[in-house]
Ligand binder design. Structure first.
Ligand code: SAM
Length: 259
């Protein structure tokens, strides 16, 4: 269902100290590996002493997961807390306990982090080994921060697996209250750097054309609601039922299926 575009990606290392870990990852994922100064591919998954990053030669930019600084810190401080649209979409209400959330399309973990900052225990599911490696690296670095270690204590657990497989295997005792889906869709504008991050992911992953199957499975396993993030104006994902509620903010719509 997906367009495999991994041939544009290679693995590299900034220093010989990262050679072994880079080569192990490259072998496991059948990707070429070389020192950074010799890498020629459009995208390079680069192991450095500080972090794991993707370098995009065409766009002359790099991306890594940072839960402590940058845009996520800003979002945490000024993002609107329980009043923000995404919080309402997952069913957060003042004075009520927060739900557990299974983020079935974790990506770079931004939405997962918002749920965690709202106090929700979060399970992150990401099927791409490359994106999961970036996320794992971000979580490991952030764990050294006291505030983030509180988030981890509540639950912020990543699994590198396909969401359909994971959700279908959930038994009665493991059912999350909320299942959240944010599939990759074509971007129209190319301005903001957040969008550029998504463009890099799209080059690696293509578009997610199979999320309706995950939605069908999620509707059977979520205890309270399933939430699908869509671009404003996009059709609902095809499934056996219609969304119960919709919330909109800027270019985004959240389709909510109350169980
Ligand atoms: C648009 S991105 C999600 C962005 C994320 N919400 C964030 O805030 O960073 C979609 C991600 O979902 C992942 N994905 C799509 N379908 C999946 C599936 N069936 N199982 C696991 N991961 C999936 C893709 O690999 C991609 O990394």
């Amino acid at each position: 269902m997906k367009t495999p575009t991994t041939h544009i990606l290679s693995v590299s290392y900034a220093h010989p100290a990262q050679k072994t870990v880079a080569e192990t990852f490259a072998n496991e994922n059948k990707l070429p590996c070389q020192p950074l100064h010799r890498a020629q591919s459009e995208l390079t998954l680069n192991f450095t002493e500080m972090q794991l990053e993707i370098i995009d030669r065409q766009q002359k930019m790099s991306l890594h997961v940072d839960f402590i600084g940058g845009s996520l810190r800003h979002r945490k401080k000024y993002g609107g807390g329980k009043g923000q649209t995404i919080a309402k979409a997952i069913g957060i209400k003042p004075g009520k306990p927060v739900p557990s959330v299974l983020d079935a399309t974790a990506g770079l973990g931004k939405d997962s982090y918002v749920f965690a900052c709202l106090g929700c225990p979060v399970t992150l599911i990401e099927r791409s080994p490359i994106v999961a490696a970036l996320l794992k690296d971000g979580i490991e670095r952030a764990s050294l921060n006291i505030e983030f270690s509180e988030i981890i204590k509540k639950g912020f657990v990543l699994h590198n697996i396909d969401a359909l497989e994971y959700i279908q295997a959930l038994d009665e005792t493991e059912k999350p209250e909320v299942i959240y889906l944010d599939p990759m869709y074509p971007e129209k504008k190319k301005s903001a750097s957040a969008k550029k991050n998504m463009q890099i992911l799209q080059k690696i992953l293509g578009h997610d054309l199979d999320t309706h199957e995950v939605l069908t499975a999620a509707l059977k396993k979520a205890k309270k609601r399933v939430v699908v993030k869509r671009p404003k104006g996009a059709p609902e994902l095809q499934t056996e039922r219609k969304a119960t509620l919709c919330y909109e903010s800027r270019g985004t719509r959240y389709d909510v299926y109350v169980i």
